[in-house]
Write a protein that binds this ligand. Structure first.
Ligand code: ATP
Ligand code: MG
Length: 386
C-alpha cells in the first residue's frame, strides 16, 4: 500500500473568465491543510466552490493564483496525466463507462499503467471484494445491470485501483436513497480504518459532513472558508453566524452523535443480586433518590428493574415482577442513539454494560439533557466573545 500524503491549499483563488475584479471568485484565498490519512469534508451551500476546490487538486481546473501541494510537491508542476493516475476521483454520477464491464471499469487505471491482463483482473477482483461486491457475480456485468448503490461501490473500487495516496470524492452518495447512503457511509468509514487514505469529500449535507469528517471545512458563497475544524468544534463553537445557521439550531443534538457512552461519567446504580437478602437490598435501595433497583445475576449482569417498594420486606431478592432491564448500552453507543432509546423506555435510565455484559452504571436522560445545555452555553459564551 502506498502511504497517504497530506494535501495543502495555499492561498488558492479561482476566478472564472467573466468574473471581474468586483465579482466574487468561485474560490477565494483558500488555505487549509489536510493531514495525511485524514478525511476532510468540504461542506457548504450550492455554488460555494466545493467542486471547484476539488478539481483544482487533480487539475481538472487550474487555479487563478495560489498553489496546492500533495506531500511537498506542487501539483502545478506535476505532469497532469501522471498526477491524475495518482489521485482517485469519485463523482456523484459515478461516470462508469457503460460499454465496459464492472471488472474492466475497475481496472481502468491499471490498464493505463500497462499492467498485464492477469494482474489487472486480480486487482479488480481484490477491489470488488474490498467494497463488498462478489467478483464472481459482478465483474462480468455491465453498469446498467447494477443498482445505484452498487454503481457507487464500483466507482469507489475504481478510484482505489492504483492505490492512490489521495482520494477525491464529490458528493459520492448524493444520488442514492437515505438507507443505502447510510450503509455506503459506514462502509467507507470501515474501509478508511484500514486504508487510511487522505480523502477530500464534498457534500452539502452537514450531517454527512459531521459523520464522515475528521475535519470539516465549511465554505460560504464566494468560495470563502468560514471555518475549518473538527466536527465537534464546529458544533460546539460555530465561528460565525453563517456557520451557526448552517449547522442548525439542533446542533446540540447533533453533537450527541459524536459522543459515545464510553467517554461519559456514569451514574452509579444500586443493584440487588438475585437470591440475596431482600431486607438488606431494600435498605440500600432507600439510600438513593432513584426509585428502582437493578436486579442482577451472580455475575452482575442485569436481569430486570424492580421498584424500591416492590422488594419484599424479608426473604430473598427475586427477578419475577419487575420491568425489563432495558435499554442496554455499551461503550460504543452514541449519546444520540442513547437518548432516542431512553425516550421510548419506561425507566429513563440506560444500563451500561461492559464486554462481559456486567453492569457498569447508568446513563440517564437528565445527564444527556445537562450535556446539551452545557454545550449550548459554551456556544453562547464563545459567540458572545466574538
Ligand atoms: N465553468 C464555469 N464558468 C463560470 N463559472 C463557473 C464555472 N463552473 C462553476 N462556476 C461558478 O463557480 C461557483 C462555484 O461552483 P462549484 O461548482 O465549485 O460549486 P459547488 O460548491 O460545487 O456547488 P454544488 O453544491 O451546487 O455542486 C458557482 O457560482 C458556479 O456558478
Ligand atoms: Mg459541486
Amino acid at each position: 500500500m502506498s502511504s497517504a500524503e497530506r494535501v495543502v491549499f495555499e492561498h488558492v483563488t479561482k476566478r472564472y473568465p467573466g468574473t471581474g475584479a468586483g465579482n466574487p471568485g468561485a474560490v477565494e484565498d483558500l488555505s487549509l491543510e489536510v493531514p495525511a490519512g485524514k478525511v476532510c469534508v468540504l461542506v457548504g451551500p450550492s455554488g460555494c466552490g466545493k467542486t471547484t476546490s476539488l478539481k483544482m487538486v487533480n487539475r481538472l481546473i487550474e487555479p487563478t493564483s495560489g498553489r496546492i501541494l500533495i506531500g511537498d510537491t506542487d501539483v502545478g508542476r506535476r505532469d497532469v496525466i501522471e498526477l491524475r493516475r495518482r489521485i482517485g476521483y469519485v463523482i456523484q454520477q459515478v461516470g462508469l463507462f457503460p460499454h465496459q464491464t464492472v471488472g474492466e471499469n475497475v481496472a481502468t487505471v491499471p490498464r493505463l499503467l500497462g499492467w498485464d491482463v492477469g494482474r489487472q483482473r486480480a486487482r479488480a477482483d481484490e477491489l470488488l471484494d474490498l467494497v463488498g461486491l462478489d467478483p464472481a457475480s459482478y465483474a462480468a456485468r455491465y453498469p446498467s445491470a447494477l443498482s445505484g448503490g452498487e454503481r457507487q461501490r464500483v466507482g469507489v473500487a475504481r478510484a482505489l485501483a492504483a492505490d492512490p495516496p489521495v482520494l477525491l470524492m464529490d458528493e459520492p452518495f448524493g444520488a442514492v436513497d437515505p438507507i443505502v447512503r447510510e450503509r455506503l457511509q459506514n462502509e467507507l468509514l470501515k474501509l478508511q480504518e484500514r486504508l487510511a487514505k487522505t480523502i477530500l469529500f464534498v457534500t452539502h449535507d452537514i450531517d454527512e459532513a459531521i459523520k464522515m469528517g475528521d475535519l470539516v471545512a465549511v465554505m460560504q458563497l464566494g468560495g470563502h472558508l468560514a471555518q475549518y475544524a473538527t466536527p465537534d468544534e464546529i458544533l460546539a463553537r460555530p465561528a460565525n453566524d453563517f456557520v451557526g445557521r448552517f449547522v442548525g439550531a439542533d446542533r446540540g443534538l447533533k453533537r450527541l452523535a459524536l459522543v459515545r457512552v464510553g467517554s461519559v461519567d456514569l451514574q452509579p446504580v444500586t443493584t440487588a443480586m438475585v437470591g440475596g437478602d431482600a431486607a438488606e437490598a431494600r435498605r440500600r435501595a432507600a439510600e438513593d433518590d432513584f426509585p428502582y433497583v437493578l436486579v442482577v445475576d451472580e455475575r452482575n449482569r442485569p436481569l430486570e428493574w424492580c421498584r424500591d417498594d416492590a422488594i419484599p420486606a424479608e426473604g430473598t431478592v427475586a427477578a419475577t415482577n419487575g420491568l425489563p432491564a432495558a435499554p442496554i448500552f455499551d461503550r460504543h453507543t452514541t449519546l444520540k442513539d442513547a437518548l432516542s432509546m431512553l425516550l421510548a423506555s419506561d425507566v429513563q435510565a440506560g444500563i451500561v454494560v461492559d464486554d462481559a455484559r456486567a453492569v457498569r452504571g447508568l446513563v440517564t436522560a437528565d445527564m444527556i439533557g445537562d450535556r446539551i445545555r452545557a454545550s449550548a452555553e459554551t456556544a453562547a459564551v464563545s459567540s458572545g466573545a466574538t
